[in-house]
Design a protein around this ligand. Structure first.
Ligand code: CTP
Ligand code: MG
Length: 229
């Protein structure tokens, strides 16, 4: 396969406040991770799938993968994550097969991400040979405030976007960035940019929102209920 998709699912889900680790919390009766994999197994292009799960959930992650595996996925593996998202991505990256040239990194928490978003990112990385991330315009007015909450200024919204996943990269560039142990960034695109690699954007999709709070989970439940036949 030419493309690998790393799904990071090793977070704890503190803000969701469920007893289960977030990716294993039920969403419309199935684990969030199972929904996240739906969009990937629907890809027509075969990809290597790497699920990064908490140490204690490796068996259940394997069961979820086995239950949802479709013909599009040529090769899957489940590996243990780390204490931060970045360490979990690094664990996933270590499992990428030889010969893979494009690596996508995706949050399991963006469980309703449409297949088309994966396809758009893969196509754009292939066309530009650079990093590509899905982005949406920022709709709220954004203010810069001081530590006490007093408004300092309004930030120009026209030059801001909110970014989602999957974030797609040329494998060699991602490997290079992750080989630096000092690198510490909130997302992989920022990491790549710090190495001087350019990162472009494609249009994101509102359905790729990240399930972070109980309100987000309820929203995902409603969207799935509306989509049900
Ligand atoms: N993630 C991970 N390993 C970590 C931390 C996060 O694989 N050590 C993954 C999460 O599973 C999630 C994605 O990174 O799919 C985005 O992280 P976030 O939404 O912050 O999830 P959690 O860290 O689980 O949630 P919280 O921050 O509320 O604890
Ligand atoms: Mg987190």
């Amino acid at each position: 396969v030419q493309t690998a998709v790393i799904v990071v699912a090793a977070g704890s889900g503190t803000r969701l406040g469920r007893p289960e680790r977030k990716a294993f919390a039920p969403l419309a009766g199935r684990p969030m991770l199972a929904h996240a994999l739906d969009g990937i197994f629907a890809l027509t292009e075969p990809v290597q799938l790497i699920v990064v799960a908490p140490d204690a959930e490796l068996e259940s992650a394997r069961a979820i993968v086995a239950a949802s595996a479709g013909p599009a996925v040529g090769y899957t593996s489940v590996v243990a994550g780390g204490a931060s998202r970045q360490l979990s991505v690094a664990a996933g990256l270590a499992a990428v097969a030889p010969g893979v040239g494009i690596v996508l990194v995706h949050d399991a928490a963006r469980a309703l991400t449409p297949t088309a978003q994966f396809e758009a990112v893969i196509a754009a990385v292939r066309a530009t040979r650079s990093g590509v991330i899905p982005a949406l315009p920022v709709v709220d007015t954004i203010k810069r405030v001081d530590q006490g909450g007093a408004v300092r200024e309004t930030v120009d919204r026209s030059e801001l976007v909110a970014v989602q996943t999957p974030q797609g990269f040329v494998r060699a560039e991602l490997d290079e960035a992750y080989a630096d142990p000092a690198a510490d960034f909130t997302d992989d695109a920022a990491l790549l940019a710090s190495f001087g690699h350019s990162v472009g954007t494609v249009a994101g999709d509102e359905r790729a929102f990240k399930i972070t709070t109980p309100w987000d989970l309820a929203r995902a439940e409603r969207l799935l209920a509306e989509a049900a036949p």
